[in-house]
Design a protein around this ligand. Structure first.
Ligand SMILES: C[S@@+](CC[C@H](N)C(=O)[O-])C[C@H]1O[C@@H](n2cnc3c(N)ncnc32)[C@H](O)[C@@H]1O
Ligand code: SF4
Ligand code: SF4
Length: 495
């Protein structure tokens, strides 16, 4: 329960004074100790203290609450105080005594100790609590996390009904493409489900077609009943029956992304192979059914992996999406890591993975993406760009939310991201190879703090390129494609 977005609604006790210029009337400390009362509904609640502290040279103090000590960080952060840590089990009013353990004393106003408190409130929703904990973990970068992944991907199957040329598991055009491939086994599902109830976003996908998994409706029902979060699904759309459409529109599914890799029947035949007409009919049925349901919250997307082999179809996807009433187009970069390198020969089409990378012709890609985005804007379709494209398209077409690039030590993925495939391989981002195996752990939570995750977190925090990340193209190893900088730079060396 939030006591109030404005500090005047918070029951501050002694030790506070309002800062003169603070936006929204934030409070600063005027003594090393202050008190505040908050209402908690239960022992699982957490008190969130949104604060900022200047990134100046002097050591940052700890905040002491009762007999617990919490580290503060420079910049704008949230400190999370579990109610159970600072009071005896109870519901109702919780009085907190907050103390700063040392003075910074670098302000002209000697009462100002540097710490500004913008908001204090109590949070009860496990999904929101986990999100807040994750933000705090990304700021402090602990080796062992008390948050769980907020972006959580469950690979529900590796089996597929298509043979897309870009697909790691299914690009072979001959033989049985599902040989040795399985749906997520029940014991793995049991290990993985608990983490789904605290994730902000659960992605149900796989190295296969998720709608092939017979247990998927049950999985969606279970998550929707236990958590107020978002489920996203990526599908090739071929099996999108009326029953599936009803399930998707009546549960927590907030995003359904249909993979096209093309916009015309010919392009679809080359890149994916199935029935273009069927996918289009299914999308039309989904859009029509959503329009009938006033409260439907589903965002419908069409996505495309942009390659030199389908570059002429890129602008056409925006037109197709607009024609069909699809909300969003998503342009993705081809995965680049040592596992991705093959050649597929079809009767009148050859797909060579390395040759298809748009790094080989960034100018052609730039023109196609600019065109696609301008068409999307003109026709009222939202667009999403994969991070490597952000430096490539015209600056005014970049949406701030798309920009997530940085230095190696700034990579946030191991503190927020987990994907486990049906075969039990665990990944921490969609660029690097697998990090760990679910079979080595008795639960998803154990894997999340297992030795592989801890090693990766330790190395990233220290700026030492982990063996997992070496040679991988990702936005945290200076590999965003840019129209101004040379392409194909080598990633940072492994130390
Ligand atoms: C592996 S598929 C699984 C879901 C479903 N079968 C589908 O195609 O949508 C998940 C997403 O990964 C994309 N994908 C597959 N191979 C890729 C690659 N080599 N690089 C980038 N994206 C790829 C697909 O286009 C799809 O959007
Ligand atoms: S539909 Fe998805 S899983 Fe199947 S081959 Fe294509 S990309 Fe791979
Ligand atoms: S490969 Fe890149 S995105 Fe993935 S964990 Fe390493 S630095 Fe982060």
């Amino acid at each position: 329960m939030q006591l109030g977005a404005s500090p005047s609604q918070i029951k501050y006790g002694s030790g506070w004074y309002p800062t003169e210029h603070a936006e929204g009337g934030s409070f600063a400390w005027m003594a090393t100790a202050a008190t505040v009362d908050v209402s908690a509904s239960g022992n699982d609640d957490i008190v969130v203290v949104e604060y900022s502290y200047p990134a100046l040279g002097s050591p940052i103090p700890d905040l002491v609450v009762g007999d617990k000590r919490y580290q503060l960080y420079p910049g704008y952060n949230s400190l999370l105080i579990p109610v159970s840590e600072v009071t005896a089990p109870q519901a109702g009013l919780v009085s907190l005594n907050l103390e700063i353990d040392r003075l910074a004393g670098f302000y002209e106003d000697q009462r100002d100790l540097g710490l500004k408190v913008h908001r204090i409130y109590v949070e009860s929703d496990p999904v929101v609590i986990n999100y807040k904990k994750t933000q705090a973990a990304i700021a402090s970068r602990p080796e062992v996390c008390d948050n769980t992944p907020i972006v959580y991907m469950i690979g529900v199957t590796d089996r597929c009904n298509l043979r897309c040329v870009i697909c790691l598991k299914h690009h072979e055009q001959d033989g049985d493409n599902n040989k040795d491939l399985i749906d997520l086994p029940d014991p793995s599902l049991e290990k993985l489900m608990p983490l789904a109830y605290s994730a902000q976003m659960v992605l149900l996908l796989g190295y296969g077609e998720p709608l092939l998994n017979k247990r998927l409706p049950e999985i969606i029902d279970d998550i929707s009943a236990k958590a107020d979060n978002s489920i996203e699904m990526i599908t090739n759309g071929l099996l999108l029956s009326p029953q599936w459409i009803d399930k998707i529109l009546s549960r927590n599914v907030r995003v359904l992304s249909i993979s096209m890799d093309a916009a015309t029947p010919d392009g679809y035949e080359r890149m994916r192979g199935g029935s273009y007409e069927k996918v289009i009919r299914n999308v039309q049925a989904l859009v029509a059914e959503r329009a009938k349901r006033k409260n439907a919250k589903l965002e419908i997307r069409m996505n495309m992996a942009v390659t030199r082999a389908n570059i002429t179809e890129v602008p056409l996807l925006s037109e197709l999406a607009a024609d069909l009433g699809v909300d969003t187009v998503e342009f993705r970069h081809l995965h680049e890591n040592p596992l991705h390198a093959w050649r597929v020969e079809k009767p009148d089409f050859v797909f060579d993975y390395n040759d298809a990378l748009i790094e080989n012709d960034p100018e052609e890609c730039r023109i196609a993406l600019n065109d696609a985005i301008r068409r999307a804007k003109r026709r009222g379709v939202r667009y999403i760009l994969d991070a490597p494209f952000v430096g490539l398209v015209d600056d005014e077409l970049v949406i701030a939310a798309d920009v997530e690039v940085g230095e190696y030590h700034e990579c946030p993925h191991p503190w927020r991201w987990l994907m486990v495939t049906a075969a039990g391989d665990a990944y921490t981002c969609c660029w690097a190879p697998p990090l760990a195996k679910l079979a080595d752990y008795s639960s998803g939570a154990e894997l999340w703090n297992g030795h592989e995750y801890r090693r990766l977190r330790r190395n990233i925090k220290a700026g030492i390129v982990d063996p997992l990340c070496a040679g991988v193209t990702c936005p945290f190893q200076q590999k965003a494609i840019s129209k101004d900088a040379p392409v194909n730079e080598k990633p940072a060396p492994v130390i």
